[in-house]
Design a protein around this ligand. Structure first.
Ligand code: ME8
Length: 677
């Protein structure tokens, strides 16, 4: 950490072509937790997040949705922001790359790189992956992207180039001299071997589309979206601004202490970003920390795979703290981790409701009942070794919790904290304060005071430590302890024995909602309803993936359009030809268990049978569909719905406000597998 007492942390800025899901929430929650703790440790903390709004991928998604890229970006960016606000994430600034402050700063950075001789004009001919917004080293037109496997597109254009090749040596020196620059070690090794493999100059402008920041002085070029995006970390602080207040902010917080990212964008952050900064003679961030992926049904959760879990479902049922606790406790930071509703509810019940919740409610309600709601005096004479053991364990927990947290070992830190919770819950059971309270003598009264004081003091310590992780519930426990506003607490001084005697407790009430088996079902049902909505064309607007899939969805959008206005923008014949629309016959149709809108279909295409999961159960009884000929999008990338792989999409009109689906069909007889053109 910085000895100037400041701390600057950033999340990636998220693409607006996909709506927020718990993968995005994961990174943002990790950063929020770190930022909250840093503030409590006395750091002047700046926490930045935002949205990445330019580039071909967004332009295409907007076209598919029948709106302008800016309208599209406004809508999705505000969804991110609303969600972060609903989760009460404590970001200090939210940057959008379409904001004037960013555009101005980005152009200033481009100019600076040009002036310093690191940008030159040349021409590029090769393959580009629109999904990753990445120039790739494959040669065949349409060859799959080495990163994501989607087909690449051929680009031939005059471009500005950045002299990345000149940065090979300085970058290798940087990684060697600053072992913490890329964390964890596995990522660092990956980066070093990538750079050792040789760096070629990087194309940093495009001319074949317009949705981007113009190159200053040569407006038919727009700046490469990754250069544009990475610059947010400095433009948000005021880079390129003439306002003295912005300059002061940049001086104060830059360089960043932590750029937190997912492991798939390590190359952009650990190779390109420091290369741009070195070339521009701007100080480098102190560390780039890459975490693993949140998996659902063993795949990376992502919109294009159709296996995302929406944050809202969890907020609506168990609340933000439960999600935060689960993400920080269950996922070993740095590794991939799985999400499941069962695991979420299990964690909630064992650790929050029965663990911390139980400790808090029984300690505080006994103090209310036996001591009129005032923290009692722990009589020295009434102490036994078990009381000292709790005090010692609490002090040890404080130092271990801090040590793990500083090393980004959040899960271990929480495990340590909950070791104390379990020990105190056991201490209460072993010492039976309710039985001691039955006796009227003075010694028993003193013993009761000591047991409850010890429990309350341990509760105070664990509450303070985990506040950055579960801010809402700990703030409530803190108030119930009669300690006021937890945000004002200085964590550096936390130690056993600081609970003020005779403090009057606040109103004691349960902090965690109840959860049982029906909670899992309720969450699955909510996800189902949300994901059914996305199996219709409505969400095609925000689906990123490959050009092929993107185009297929455009077609699906037009097919499902309820008004001529939707999808009114045009595509070329070549675009349309990429969509493989085929005639198939439904052989099997059945309801998907637990999903009242979904049907599982087996569709015969003449040469093969496909499984398709379609959101048409409300409009069609399964038995009526058997034998019916339908039109399917045959080259749509497979995705999972309710654990079932859907290998294509059925084409339907969407009628009325409720979007009732009506299947496309033919009056004449058509052979199976016939292509629609
Ligand atoms: O890459 N598990 O944006 P993006 C864990 N705009 N983290 C996940 C995740 C998952 N399943 N899915 C997403 C971009 N994330 C660029 C970044 S920064 C200058 C530009 C998180 O919308 C994780 O932090 O694809 C990942 O790196 C990021 O979202 C990718 O977000």
């Amino acid at each position: 950490m910085d000895n100037s007492g400041k701390f600057y942390i950033t999340t990636p800025i998220y693409y607006v072509n996909a709506r927020p899901h718990i993968g995005h929430a994961y990174t943002t929650v990790v950063c929020d937790t770190i930022a909250r703790r840093q503030r409590m440790m006395g750091y002047d903390t700046w926490f930045l997040t935002g949205t990445d709004e330019h580039g071909q991928k967004i332009e295409r998604s907007a076209t598919a949705a029948g709106c302008t890229p800016k309208e599209f970006a406004d809508k999705v960016s505000s969804e991110f922001r609303q969600l972060w606000d609903r989760m009460k994430l404590s970001y200090n600034d939210f940057i959008r790359t379409t904001e004037p402050r960013h555009i101005k700063g980005m152009q200033a950075l481009f100019k600076r790189l040009q002036d310093r001789g690191y940008i030159y004009k040349g021409s590029y001919s090769g393959q580009y992956c629109v999904y990753d917004e990445l120039y790739v080293d494959v040669t065949e037109p349409g060859a799959p992207c080495p990163e994501c496997g989607r087909p690449t597109e051929t680009i031939r254009e005059e471009n500005y180039f950045f002299k990345l090749s000149a940065m090979e040596e300085p970058l290798l020196r940087l990684y060697t001299e600053n072992p913490d620059f890329v964390r964890p070690e596995t990522r660092r090794n990956e980066v070093i071997s990538f750079v050792r493999g040789g760096l070629r100059d990087l194309s940093v402008s495009r001319t074949t589309f317009t949705w981007g920041i113009p190159v200053p002085g040569d407006e038919k070029h727009v700046i490469y979206v990754w250069l544009d995006a990475l610059a947010n970390y400095i433009t948000a602080l005021g880079f390129g601004s003439d306002d003295p207040k912005d300059k002061a902010k940049l001086d104060r917080y830059w360089p960043a202490d932590v750029h937190m990212i997912g492991k798939e964008i390590v190359r952009f952050h650990c190779v390109y970003w420091p290369a741009f900064l070195l070339a521009a003679d701007i100080p480098l961030p102190k560390s780039i920390v890459a975490h693993g992926w949140l998996l659902f049904e063993e795949n990376k959760m992502s919109k294009s795979r159709g296996n995302i879990v929406r944050t809202e479902t969890i907020l609506d049922t168990l609340g933000a703290d439960t999600l935060r606790y689960f993400l920080m406790r269950e996922i070993v930071f740095g590794s991939d981790g799985s999400f499941s509703f069962d695991a979420l509810v299990q964690r909630f019940n064992s650790d929050l409701a029965n663990g911390l919740g139980n400790l808090s409610s029984r300690t505080l309600s006994m103090i209310t009942r036996y001591f009129d709601g005032e923290i009692p005096y722990p009589s020295l004479g009434a102490r036994i070794p078990a009381d000292h053991e709790i005090a010692e364990l609490a002090n040890k927990t404080i130092s271990e919790f801090h040590a793990h947290f500083e090393q980004f070992q959040f899960s271990r830190a929480l495990e340590t904290g909950w070791g104390l919770v379990a020990a105190v819950n056991k201490y209460i059971v072993d010492n039976e304060p309710w039985a001691v309270a039955e006796k009227d003598d003075q010694d028993s009264r003193a013993r009761l005071a000591t047991i409850l004081h010890t429990s309350a003091e341990a509760l105070r310590i664990v509450t303070a430590l985990v506040h950055p992780v579960i801010p809402e519930s700990t703030a409530r426990i803190w108030e119930q302890l009669g300690l006021g506003d937890i945000v004002k607490l200085d964590l550096r001084n936390l130690a056993w024995g600081q609970l003020p005697l005779h403090t009057k407790l606040g109103k004691v009430e349960a902090v965690f909602p109840r959860a049982d088996k029906s909670t899992v079902e309720r969450m699955q049902q909510m996800e189902q309803e949300r994901s059914t909505a996305s199996t219709t064309a409505i969400e095609a607007e925000s689906t990123p993936p490959s050009p092929t899939q993107d185009t297929a969805q455009k077609a699906a959008v037009s097919a499902a359009a309820t008004s001529p206005g939707v999808g009114a923008s045009t595509i070329t014949v070549d675009d349309f030809a990429k969509v493989d629309l085929r005639v198939g016959q439904i052989k099997v149709a059945e309801k998907v268990k637990g999903a009242d809108k979904l049907l599982r279909l087996e569709v015969d295409l003449g040469t093969e049978t496909r499984q398709i999961v379609a959101g048409i159960a409300k409009a069609y009884a399964p038995e009526k569909l058997i034998g019916r000929k339908v039109v399917i999008v045959a080259n749509l990338a497979p995705r999972k719905l309710r654990g079932l792989e859907s290998q294509g999409m059925i084409v339907a009109a969407s009628i009325g406000d409720d979007g009732v689906p009506v299947l496309a069909g033919f009056l004449e007889d058509v052979p199976l597998g016939a292509r629609l053109k």
